[in-house]
Design a protein around this ligand. Structure first.
Ligand code: CMC
Length: 429
């Protein structure tokens, strides 16, 4: 057995041997397959990259059929149970779990970069009262590149490190301020005596008290949610970060592009869409009619289905458990009953079974977020805060990968050719 693929081009009868490496062929190797020397070589047509590997990566492993998710080889279940978000962030960025000294230095670094330049505050205050917080986050993260112009020096390892620290540290500050903005409340400065999740809660909810004291169970649940969202290999937003990053722009601009991708309802915006859907359904008796509408193609069952998972999303299982912990503090979200019944009916329905559509990470997360008093527009911001270390780990890998090039897909041109320009006088006559 040889690790190659023999391709016979039936247009010409020619045969080609294409090497197979790591279960892939190089798309560029197909370029030699031509009808004649003048024609372009054979290319791959793959909208949405459904069967195209764009990089080698050692950050995150997913087996969608079996429902496995691992960061740097560690199962998500163990990380969610035993680790903290900052430790997971370290793991993603550095590739290994930290020693005590490494962890303490990392925690100190992140904690002492939570403040943003005061001008960022006035910049954010310029948004309309009803600005979507994801739009505010995307713009303010992009704007950070102007506060740290040296961030464009991506070849320097120390420089890369400090920008990574800054971004992980400042994301909760920007997210919390976007939240306060919509409520017309004063922005709260970071409290560096608090943990990452506690400080975020403080910036969200603190009013006149000297020190905000968050419920430890809520802080823990939030920290777990951040861990669950920390990376997910080559998804739409990570691909956006890598694609924009491949131009060698600074990491703030690349992550800002990732935030834009995450904003969309088919990606991070799905948790917001789930909650709106559950509210619309309202009670269990309406579920059968809703499911019929989904099967008729009128709309999608949001929070269900995944490009990679053809099994229960392992993150959804952990979130279901976190729901219990949070509802113990906040009281049960009445929409939980609707969600559970919807899940039960869908998992027994032939339409969903046949297509292997299971609940994904977004199906239950919105219920927790709502119980924590977040409006739906904030849900994706929480996702973005959690995903930041993953984006940055992927960006770091990209900029150090000698095989990477500027992202530049091919197209199949379907338009007109060589038309003669018709002057306005003739066209408008
Ligand atoms: N409800 C109803 N039908 C669905 C759904 C759904 N949620 N998802 C997929 N399908 C159907 C789809 O209509 C198609 O049916 P058919 O073969 O008859 O045309 C089949 O299942 C395959 O769907 P697809 O659109 O080809 O699958 P995809 O891999 O391109 O899409 C997805 C993946 C996540 C965009 C999609 O499942 C979806 O739109 N889900 C709802 C939105 C959602 O929950 N997104 C969050 C994803 S997890 C968080 C993240 O990582 O961003």
């Amino acid at each position: 057995m040889t690790d190659s693929l023999t391709v016979r081009d039936n247009r010409t009868g020619a045969e080609y041997d294409i090497p197979i490496l790591d279960g892939t062929i190089k798309a560029a190797d197909l370029g030699q397959i031509k009808v004649d020397a003048e024609q372009p070589g054979l290319a791959v047509y793959d909208p949405g990259f459904v069967n195209t590997a764009s990089c080698r990566s050692s950050v995150t492993y997913i087996d969608g059929e079996k429902g496995i998710l691992e960061y740097r080889g560690y199962p998500i279940e163990q990380l969610a149970e035993n680790s903290s978000f900052l430790e997971v962030a370290y793991l993603l960025i550095h590739g290994a779990l930290p020693t005590k000294a490494e962890y303490e230095a990392w925690e100190h670094e992140i904690t002492f970069h939570t403040f943003v330049h005061e001008n960022v505050k006035s910049f954010m205050q310029g948004f309309r009262y009803d600005a979507h917080p994801m739009g505010m986050l995307m713009a303010s993260v992009g704007a950070l590149s102007t506060f740290y112009p040296e961030s464009g020096n991506i070849a320097d390892a120390d420089n890369r490190h400090i920008q990574i620290v800054r971004m992980i540290a400042k994301m909760p500050t920007l997210g919390a301020w976007a939240f306060r903005h919509a409520q017309g409340k004063p922005y709260v400065y970071p409290d560096n005596d608090l943990s990452y999740a506690e400080n975020f809660l403080s910036m969200l909810f603190k009013m006149s008290e000297v020190t905000y004291e968050p419920d430890a169970r809520i802080a823990k649940a939030l920290d777990t949610l951040f861990i669950l969202h920390a990376d997910h290999e080559q998804n739409c937003s990570t691909n956006a970060v890598r694609s924009v990053g491949s131009s060698q722009v600074d990491p703030y601009s690349a992550v800002s592009a990732g935030i834009g991708a995450l904003y969309g309802p088919l990606h991070g915006g799905a948790n917001e869409a789930v909650l709106r859907m559950l509210r619309r359904i309202g009670n269990k008796s309406e579920i059968p009619a809703f499911i019929e509408g989904v099967k008729a193609g009128n709309e999608r069952l949001m929070g269900f289905g995944h490009r990679v998972y053809k099994n229960y999303d392992p993150r959804a299982k952990i979130i279901k458990k976190a729901c219990d912990d949070v509802f113990e503090v906040t009281g049960v979200n009445p929409l939980l009953e609707v969600a559970q019944e919807l899940e039960k009916i869908a998992l027994e329905d032939e339409y969903f079974v046949k297509r292997k559509l299971y609940p994904n990470v977004d199906f239950y997360s919105g219920l927790i977020y709502e119980a924590l008093q977040f409006p739906p527009e904030m849900f994706t911001v929480l996702f973005a805060i959690g995903r930041t270390p993953g984006w940055l780990a992927q960006w770091l890998e990209l900029v150090q990968d000698k095989e990477q090039k500027i992202a530049r897909p091919k197209q199949i041109y379907t338009g007109e050719r060589t038309l003669d320009f018709v002057p306005r006088e003739e066209r408008w006559a």
